[in-house]
Design a protein around this ligand. Structure first.
Ligand SMILES: Cc1ncc(C[n+]2csc(CCOP(=O)(O)OP(=O)(O)O)c2C)c(N)n1
Ligand SMILES: [Mg+2]
Length: 281
């Protein structure tokens, strides 16, 4: 997909995820909106995947370490045909596969995640397995910035550099908020990029809601042979919905009827704007 198509797709995914959260009356709205552009870039352009063959051995792997923001992922997997789109209506209902965190009973999900701090260690193992098996697949692991307070992240970071895993890409959704407020108030992280560099990673810092920057950063991997890459994706929590942006309680606030209507109107206006820009070009 081209950049303009990816931008439109990300808006569509934001609309879909708001609808499923509203219907289920539960979800992690802010973090799903902040990582939508990252996931859209990966799933519609960067990763080698085959929705008709989810267990294809050569596939790139994605680990959603910040598993709570699963709604954008469910909407993307459904849109790509990993499972029927109608199933999205069962999200968080009794007996569904589409629960509030990634569940490996769903095609396209590699690993059950949701307890923060585990995804990177799993990703290190997968990337090491690829090297040892002589395979060319890459492993992409999306972490939260609040998640960086977990010590296990740093053990995995050390191992990733030790084993020279240049097929491993860590992405931090650096939206500067976690569940209870600013990351810097809850557990100061800065200087975060320097910490990753000190742990032996190649660090790239970008606007994580800008599609062109995401594609450029992902397509440059591996920029440094023998080093894992860390993409610091500077994002806005709640991105795309003006009244949710940077508002801590939208971490798991569920839009009411009025908020949903307003949010969908804003997003469809953004879609119209994109179309107009295309016509001008
Ligand atoms: C081990 C663990 N402790 C606590 C939680 C509860 N929890 C869910 S989301 C969250 C905040 C995560 O913040 P961040 O990583 O910044 O994610 P984002 O801002 O992208 O939503 C917490 C503490 C959890 N899922 N796992
Ligand atoms: Mg955060």
């Amino acid at each position: 997909m081209e950049i303009r198509e990816l931008k439109a797709k990300a808006i569509q995914i934001r609309m879909d995820l708001l609808k499923i959260i509203h219907r289920a009356k539960t979800g992690h709205t802010g973090g799903s909106l902040s990582n939508t552009d990252i996931l859209t870039a990966l799933y519609y352009r960067v990763m080698k995947i085959d929705p008709r063959n989810p267990k294809w051995e050569e596939r790139d792997r994605f680990i959603a370490s910040k598993g709570h923001s699963v709604e954008s992922l469910w909407c993307i997997l459904a849109d790509l045909g990993f499972f029927p789109k109608e199933e999205l209506g069962t999200y968080s209902q009794f007996g569904t596969r589409l629960i509030g965190h990634p569940n490996n009973k769903v095609p396209g999900i590699e690993m059950n995640t949701g307890a923060l701090g585990h995804g990177l260690a799993i990703s290190v193992g997968m990337a090491l397995a690829a090297k040892r098996d002589g395979k060319s697949y890459r492993v992409f692991c999306l972490m939260g910035d609040g998640e960086q307070a977990e010590g296990s992240v740093w053990e995995a970071a050390m191992a990733g550099a030790h084993y020279k895993l240049d097929n491993l890409v860590g992405i931090i959704d650096r939206n500067r908020l976690q569940i209870s407020g600013s990351t810097e108030d809850v557990m100061g992280l800065e200087p975060l990029e320097e910490k990753w560099k000190a742990f032996g990673w190649h660090v790239v810092s970008i606007d994580g809601n800008d599609m062109a920057s995401l594609i450029e950063a992902f397509e440059a991997v591996p920029e440094v042979a023998g080093k894992p890459t860390l993409i610091m994706a500077n994002t806005v929590k709640g991105k795309g919905v003006s009244f949710a942006e940077n508002v801590p309680h939208w971490h798991h606030h569920v839009p009411n009827d009025e908020e949903l209507e307003k949010a969908l109107a804003e997003l469809s206006a953004a879609l119209d704007q994109l179309k107009q820009e295309e016509q001008v070009q």
